[in-house]
Design a protein. Sequence first.
Lengths: 238, 249
Amino acid sequence: MFPNTKIIYMVTIEHVKKNYGKASILKDVSLHVKKGRILCLLGPNGSGKSTLINCILSLVKYGGIIRYNNFTKKDIGLILEDEGFCKDMNIYNNLRIDSMVKKGLISKDELQQLIAKVELAGQEKKLVNKLSMGMRKRLSIASALINDPDILIWDEPYNSLDPEGIIFLRELIISLNKKGKTLIISTHLLAEVEKIADDIALIYNGEILSVMEMNKIIEQFENLENFYLHHIKNSKKV
Amino acid sequence: MSHIILPLKVEFIKLFRKSNVLFLLVLAYLYLTPISTLLQETKTISNALELYTQSQISLSIISLLVMAIFFTNSIGNDFVEGSYRKLIAIGLNKKEYIIGKLLLTLLFSTLIFGMNLSLYLILGITKLDTSLSMLSSHLTVALVLNQILSLFTAGVFGFLFIAVFRNRVVGLVFFPLWLSIEFTFRLMEYHSEIKILTTFSPGNALFNLYNTLNIEFIPLIIVVTTCILFITIIYQNLKHRDEKSQQLQ
């Protein structure tokens, strides 16, 4: 639409490989994450989505290059598949620790605002192990929003959310994107992806099968499911 | 400086989590037996030096055990629930994490040393009717450093088990098992004039150093070497290991 607009890549992934023992989990993955867009990593279980996120976060050693555009790990709003909270500590203290690591302690008011934003107000003193799975996910979201990050990486954020939670998350993602935030979301909920994604990266067996803009997918395949099945079936044939 | 203060602040918040508080209460309960033994012994004790020696005998093993078990449990929590992985993911670096744990271990060592010392002073004043200056005449700088270093190394022992095995149960079982094996060395060499195993095995060296009033180079060198070796293994282990999610493990 705007041919002269310069594309800025927030994360550049080039020829990334990862093996666990003899098993090759990621095979020469290259991917560019554009600024201000929502990139969804799609793929069946065990396809390498979480491993790719682990590589982006340097949680595992990998071959190849991953570059961040002018930010550090502390600037990423992160949701991990296993949330990693101190389970016998309350919501407030868990968020205090996360905020300390990210930017130095933020004020009590700011923390309260975050808690209210994810609809956990009044539950600050509740221990994490007393929270429902959905509430824990909301806590993960609050932690990811500390510091108002420009880039957010969310691994399976829809897991354990009820329909109300899914709608809440969808609206949040859209509102963050409207503010110019970049999101990398790994999931296999096609229906949700269709509603939020700008770009799709389809991973299967550790390889990127296709990277495409959402509107082009709709043009070419009518819906995301067709796109998904087309590539997965072709890959299985090969 | 923030590389030291930040991890220490994080550790300080985590220190008061429910499992740590409960664990400390259990460990305080375990302390009751040696304290009651010590109280019994005070009936036959007539001077401050004797009281000090007896308090060392009664409290040294439990103090070293408390350090190792507490840190095995507390650091084990970080790995079992994935909070270590998350902290690393959001930007705490591995060196900062280790520094935080070591500083907490040092603080805890000082606290336990202080508790043991207070007990000795309180018993001395109340049971022996001895003055504070008389009681503290046995306390040398070397003794303070020996005890704090021994307690610190015991805590590092606990950290080592978790860093290597990533399993709290293995850590909790392995440390007492290790100590009991080393204790058999002590029994084996009890009547022997040559005490090689009792002198040079790391657990025994900890115990020997803890109970040394002055500077003695052999236990000191063994404990310092052990401590440096353990910290190096912990660092290398955390540095080179993949932090996979529990689902991927």
